[in-house]
Design a protein around this ligand. Structure first.
Ligand SMILES: [Cu+2]
Length: 271
Protein backbone atom coordinates (compact mmCIF):
# COMPACT_ATOMS: atom_id res chain seq x y z
CA UNK A 1 0.00 0.00 0.00
CA UNK A 2 0.95 3.63 -0.37
CA UNK A 3 1.14 5.94 2.64
CA UNK A 4 -0.56 9.28 2.06
CA UNK A 5 0.99 11.83 4.38
CA UNK A 6 -2.24 13.60 5.31
CA UNK A 7 -2.56 17.31 5.98
CA UNK A 8 -4.72 19.82 4.18
CA UNK A 9 -5.67 19.96 0.53
CA UNK A 10 -8.14 21.81 -1.64
CA UNK A 11 -11.03 19.43 -2.24
CA UNK A 12 -13.65 19.73 -4.96
CA UNK A 13 -13.77 21.82 -8.08
CA UNK A 14 -15.46 24.86 -9.56
CA UNK A 15 -14.90 23.82 -13.15
CA UNK A 16 -17.71 25.19 -15.37
CA UNK A 17 -17.72 21.74 -17.01
CA UNK A 18 -19.00 20.20 -13.77
CA UNK A 19 -22.73 19.56 -13.45
CA UNK A 20 -24.44 21.54 -10.68
CA UNK A 21 -26.34 18.45 -9.48
CA UNK A 22 -23.01 16.67 -8.84
CA UNK A 23 -21.97 19.04 -6.04
CA UNK A 24 -18.31 19.21 -7.02
CA UNK A 25 -17.91 22.62 -5.44
CA UNK A 26 -17.20 24.81 -3.75
CA UNK A 27 -13.46 24.28 -3.55
CA UNK A 28 -12.75 24.01 0.16
CA UNK A 29 -9.80 23.32 2.42
CA UNK A 30 -10.05 19.89 3.99
CA UNK A 31 -7.77 18.22 6.51
CA UNK A 32 -7.18 14.50 6.44
CA UNK A 33 -5.11 12.35 8.80
CA UNK A 34 -2.36 10.18 7.29
CA UNK A 35 -3.67 6.92 5.85
CA UNK A 36 -2.77 4.03 3.57
CA UNK A 37 -4.32 3.24 0.21
CA UNK A 38 -3.86 0.58 -2.45
CA UNK A 39 -2.00 1.78 -5.56
CA UNK A 40 -4.47 -0.13 -7.74
CA UNK A 41 -8.03 -1.33 -7.77
CA UNK A 42 -8.73 -4.84 -6.50
CA UNK A 43 -8.10 -7.27 -9.34
CA UNK A 44 -10.08 -10.28 -10.49
CA UNK A 45 -7.27 -12.50 -9.15
CA UNK A 46 -7.44 -10.88 -5.71
CA UNK A 47 -11.22 -11.10 -5.61
CA UNK A 48 -11.02 -14.77 -6.64
CA UNK A 49 -8.79 -15.48 -3.63
CA UNK A 50 -11.35 -13.82 -1.35
CA UNK A 51 -14.18 -15.88 -2.83
CA UNK A 52 -12.18 -19.09 -2.63
CA UNK A 53 -11.34 -18.55 1.03
CA UNK A 54 -14.74 -17.34 2.19
CA UNK A 55 -17.29 -18.75 -0.25
CA UNK A 56 -18.62 -15.22 -0.65
CA UNK A 57 -21.44 -14.79 -3.16
CA UNK A 58 -21.81 -11.31 -4.66
CA UNK A 59 -25.11 -9.45 -4.85
CA UNK A 60 -25.19 -9.70 -8.65
CA UNK A 61 -24.84 -13.49 -8.33
CA UNK A 62 -27.63 -13.66 -5.76
CA UNK A 63 -29.93 -11.35 -7.72
CA UNK A 64 -29.09 -13.13 -10.96
CA UNK A 65 -28.21 -10.21 -13.19
CA UNK A 66 -26.15 -7.01 -13.49
CA UNK A 67 -25.71 -4.02 -15.81
CA UNK A 68 -23.48 -4.56 -18.85
CA UNK A 69 -22.48 -2.08 -21.54
CA UNK A 70 -24.88 -3.08 -24.32
CA UNK A 71 -22.17 -3.32 -26.97
CA UNK A 72 -20.59 -6.15 -24.92
CA UNK A 73 -23.78 -8.08 -24.19
CA UNK A 74 -24.47 -11.13 -26.33
CA UNK A 75 -26.87 -13.31 -24.37
CA UNK A 76 -29.29 -12.88 -21.50
CA UNK A 77 -30.20 -9.28 -22.35
CA UNK A 78 -33.23 -8.22 -20.32
CA UNK A 79 -35.92 -5.80 -21.40
CA UNK A 80 -35.34 -3.34 -18.58
CA UNK A 81 -33.30 -0.29 -19.59
CA UNK A 82 -31.87 2.71 -17.79
CA UNK A 83 -33.78 5.93 -18.57
CA UNK A 84 -31.46 8.32 -20.39
CA UNK A 85 -28.73 5.71 -20.69
CA UNK A 86 -29.77 3.26 -23.41
CA UNK A 87 -26.19 1.97 -23.67
CA UNK A 88 -26.77 -0.11 -20.52
CA UNK A 89 -28.45 -3.50 -20.58
CA UNK A 90 -29.51 -5.65 -17.66
CA UNK A 91 -27.96 -9.04 -18.40
CA UNK A 92 -28.97 -12.29 -16.73
CA UNK A 93 -25.97 -14.17 -15.41
CA UNK A 94 -23.61 -11.18 -15.61
CA UNK A 95 -21.35 -11.21 -12.56
CA UNK A 96 -17.70 -10.72 -11.63
CA UNK A 97 -16.66 -14.09 -13.12
CA UNK A 98 -18.71 -13.59 -16.28
CA UNK A 99 -18.63 -9.84 -16.86
CA UNK A 100 -20.53 -9.88 -20.17
CA UNK A 101 -22.98 -12.58 -19.13
CA UNK A 102 -23.13 -16.35 -19.64
CA UNK A 103 -20.18 -17.69 -21.58
CA UNK A 104 -17.89 -14.73 -20.91
CA UNK A 105 -14.91 -15.28 -18.62
CA UNK A 106 -12.17 -13.39 -16.83
CA UNK A 107 -9.53 -15.96 -17.81
CA UNK A 108 -7.36 -13.43 -19.62
CA UNK A 109 -8.32 -10.56 -17.30
CA UNK A 110 -6.76 -11.69 -14.01
CA UNK A 111 -5.00 -8.34 -13.57
CA UNK A 112 -8.02 -6.26 -14.57
CA UNK A 113 -10.17 -4.59 -11.90
CA UNK A 114 -12.98 -6.77 -10.58
CA UNK A 115 -16.36 -5.41 -11.71
CA UNK A 116 -20.02 -6.23 -11.02
CA UNK A 117 -19.27 -5.74 -7.33
CA UNK A 118 -21.73 -3.73 -5.25
CA UNK A 119 -20.73 -1.41 -2.41
CA UNK A 120 -21.76 -4.17 -0.02
CA UNK A 121 -19.50 -6.65 -1.86
CA UNK A 122 -16.60 -4.19 -1.82
CA UNK A 123 -17.06 -3.61 1.90
CA UNK A 124 -17.08 -7.36 2.56
CA UNK A 125 -13.85 -7.79 0.59
CA UNK A 126 -12.18 -4.91 2.43
CA UNK A 127 -13.12 -6.36 5.82
CA UNK A 128 -11.70 -9.75 4.80
CA UNK A 129 -8.47 -8.07 3.68
CA UNK A 130 -8.19 -6.18 6.98
CA UNK A 131 -8.78 -2.92 5.15
CA UNK A 132 -11.69 -0.56 4.48
CA UNK A 133 -13.02 1.65 1.71
CA UNK A 134 -11.48 5.14 1.58
CA UNK A 135 -13.62 8.11 2.54
CA UNK A 136 -14.35 10.37 -0.39
CA UNK A 137 -11.93 12.97 1.00
CA UNK A 138 -9.17 10.36 1.32
CA UNK A 139 -9.85 9.12 -2.19
CA UNK A 140 -9.62 12.60 -3.64
CA UNK A 141 -6.52 13.56 -1.69
CA UNK A 142 -4.78 10.39 -2.88
CA UNK A 143 -6.07 10.79 -6.44
CA UNK A 144 -4.69 14.32 -6.70
CA UNK A 145 -1.20 12.94 -6.16
CA UNK A 146 0.02 16.07 -4.41
CA UNK A 147 -1.01 18.47 -7.19
CA UNK A 148 -3.12 21.46 -6.18
CA UNK A 149 -6.38 22.08 -8.03
CA UNK A 150 -5.28 20.23 -11.16
CA UNK A 151 -7.98 19.04 -13.56
CA UNK A 152 -6.57 15.51 -13.78
CA UNK A 153 -4.41 13.36 -11.46
CA UNK A 154 -1.37 14.20 -13.63
CA UNK A 155 -2.02 17.89 -14.45
CA UNK A 156 -4.36 20.07 -16.45
CA UNK A 157 -4.01 18.59 -19.91
CA UNK A 158 -5.96 15.47 -20.88
CA UNK A 159 -3.22 14.12 -23.15
CA UNK A 160 0.08 15.89 -22.47
CA UNK A 161 2.35 15.77 -25.53
CA UNK A 162 -0.38 13.76 -27.23
CA UNK A 163 0.02 10.84 -24.82
CA UNK A 164 -3.09 9.19 -23.45
CA UNK A 165 -3.00 8.97 -19.65
CA UNK A 166 -6.19 7.12 -18.78
CA UNK A 167 -8.66 4.55 -20.08
CA UNK A 168 -11.65 6.57 -21.22
CA UNK A 169 -13.83 6.26 -24.32
CA UNK A 170 -11.98 6.69 -27.61
CA UNK A 171 -13.94 7.78 -30.66
CA UNK A 172 -17.63 8.44 -30.98
CA UNK A 173 -19.82 7.34 -28.06
CA UNK A 174 -21.43 4.81 -27.86
CA UNK A 175 -20.81 3.33 -31.29
CA UNK A 176 -17.02 3.15 -31.59
CA UNK A 177 -15.60 -0.22 -30.54
CA UNK A 178 -14.69 -0.31 -26.85
CA UNK A 179 -12.00 -2.40 -25.22
CA UNK A 180 -13.61 -2.18 -21.79
CA UNK A 181 -11.39 -2.55 -18.74
CA UNK A 182 -7.59 -2.54 -18.88
CA UNK A 183 -5.03 -4.02 -16.44
CA UNK A 184 -4.96 -2.13 -13.13
CA UNK A 185 -1.40 -0.91 -13.72
CA UNK A 186 -2.05 0.65 -17.11
CA UNK A 187 -0.55 4.09 -17.77
CA UNK A 188 1.81 6.03 -15.51
CA UNK A 189 0.82 6.37 -11.85
CA UNK A 190 0.14 9.77 -10.27
CA UNK A 191 2.48 11.60 -7.90
CA UNK A 192 1.59 9.28 -5.00
CA UNK A 193 2.02 6.13 -7.09
CA UNK A 194 -1.69 5.46 -7.65
CA UNK A 195 -2.73 3.90 -10.96
CA UNK A 196 -5.89 4.57 -12.96
CA UNK A 197 -7.64 6.86 -10.51
CA UNK A 198 -9.16 8.48 -13.61
CA UNK A 199 -10.92 6.20 -16.07
CA UNK A 200 -10.92 2.39 -16.30
CA UNK A 201 -13.54 1.79 -13.57
CA UNK A 202 -15.51 3.90 -11.13
CA UNK A 203 -14.41 3.33 -7.53
CA UNK A 204 -16.69 2.96 -4.53
CA UNK A 205 -15.97 5.16 -1.51
CA UNK A 206 -17.20 4.80 2.07
CA UNK A 207 -19.35 7.96 2.03
CA UNK A 208 -23.06 8.38 1.57
CA UNK A 209 -23.92 10.69 -1.32
CA UNK A 210 -24.78 14.31 -0.68
CA UNK A 211 -24.25 17.65 -2.38
CA UNK A 212 -24.36 19.85 0.72
CA UNK A 213 -20.88 20.09 2.17
CA UNK A 214 -20.44 19.63 5.88
CA UNK A 215 -19.12 22.60 7.75
CA UNK A 216 -16.52 20.32 9.30
CA UNK A 217 -13.43 20.13 7.17
CA UNK A 218 -11.60 17.79 9.52
CA UNK A 219 -11.55 14.22 8.21
CA UNK A 220 -14.97 14.62 6.57
CA UNK A 221 -16.83 11.34 6.15
CA UNK A 222 -19.95 12.43 4.28
CA UNK A 223 -23.57 12.57 5.42
CA UNK A 224 -24.64 10.39 8.36
CA UNK A 225 -27.07 8.50 6.13
CA UNK A 226 -28.33 8.39 2.60
CA UNK A 227 -29.68 6.31 -0.25
CA UNK A 228 -26.58 6.05 -2.43
CA UNK A 229 -22.83 5.84 -2.05
CA UNK A 230 -20.27 8.14 -3.68
CA UNK A 231 -18.29 6.72 -6.59
CA UNK A 232 -15.25 8.49 -8.01
CA UNK A 233 -12.87 8.46 -10.96
CA UNK A 234 -14.98 7.75 -14.04
CA UNK A 235 -14.63 4.73 -16.30
CA UNK A 236 -13.78 3.38 -19.72
CA UNK A 237 -17.19 4.65 -20.82
CA UNK A 238 -16.52 8.31 -19.99
CA UNK A 239 -16.23 10.71 -22.90
CA UNK A 240 -16.10 14.47 -23.06
CA UNK A 241 -19.19 14.52 -25.28
CA UNK A 242 -21.55 13.33 -22.54
CA UNK A 243 -19.75 12.49 -19.29
CA UNK A 244 -16.52 14.25 -18.35
CA UNK A 245 -16.40 12.74 -14.88
CA UNK A 246 -12.88 11.45 -15.35
CA UNK A 247 -11.83 14.89 -14.01
CA UNK A 248 -10.35 14.42 -10.55
CA UNK A 249 -12.97 16.62 -8.79
CA UNK A 250 -15.89 14.82 -10.45
CA UNK A 251 -18.25 12.59 -8.53
CA UNK A 252 -21.45 10.63 -8.86
CA UNK A 253 -23.25 7.88 -6.96
CA UNK A 254 -25.00 4.55 -7.03
CA UNK A 255 -27.05 2.58 -4.53
CA UNK A 256 -25.03 0.23 -2.30
CA UNK A 257 -26.63 -2.91 -3.77
CA UNK A 258 -26.05 -1.93 -7.41
CA UNK A 259 -23.39 -3.42 -9.64
CA UNK A 260 -22.22 -2.62 -13.14
CA UNK A 261 -19.51 -3.65 -15.55
CA UNK A 262 -17.64 -0.41 -15.00
CA UNK A 263 -17.49 -0.07 -11.23
CA UNK A 264 -14.81 -1.54 -8.97
CA UNK A 265 -12.94 -0.33 -5.89
CA UNK A 266 -9.60 0.10 -4.17
CA UNK A 267 -9.03 -0.29 -0.45
CA UNK A 268 -7.60 2.02 2.18
CA UNK A 269 -6.30 1.03 5.59
CA UNK A 270 -6.67 2.26 9.11
CA UNK A 271 -4.74 5.30 10.06
CU1 LIG B 1 -18.29 9.24 -17.03
Amino acid sequence: MVRIPGGTFLMGGDDPDGRPEDGEGPVREVRVDPFWIDPTCVTNAQFATFVKETGYVTEAERIGWSFVFRQFATTGVMEATVPGAPWWAGVEGAAWRSPEGPGSTIGDRQNHPVVHVSWNDATAYAAWAGKRLPTEAEWEMAARGGLERARYPWGDELAPKGRQRCNIWQGRFPTAPSKGTMPVKSFQPNGYGLYNVSGNVWEWTADWWGVEWEPSADNPAGPAEGAAKVIRGGSYLCHDSYCNRYRVAARTNNTPDSSTGHTGFRCAALR
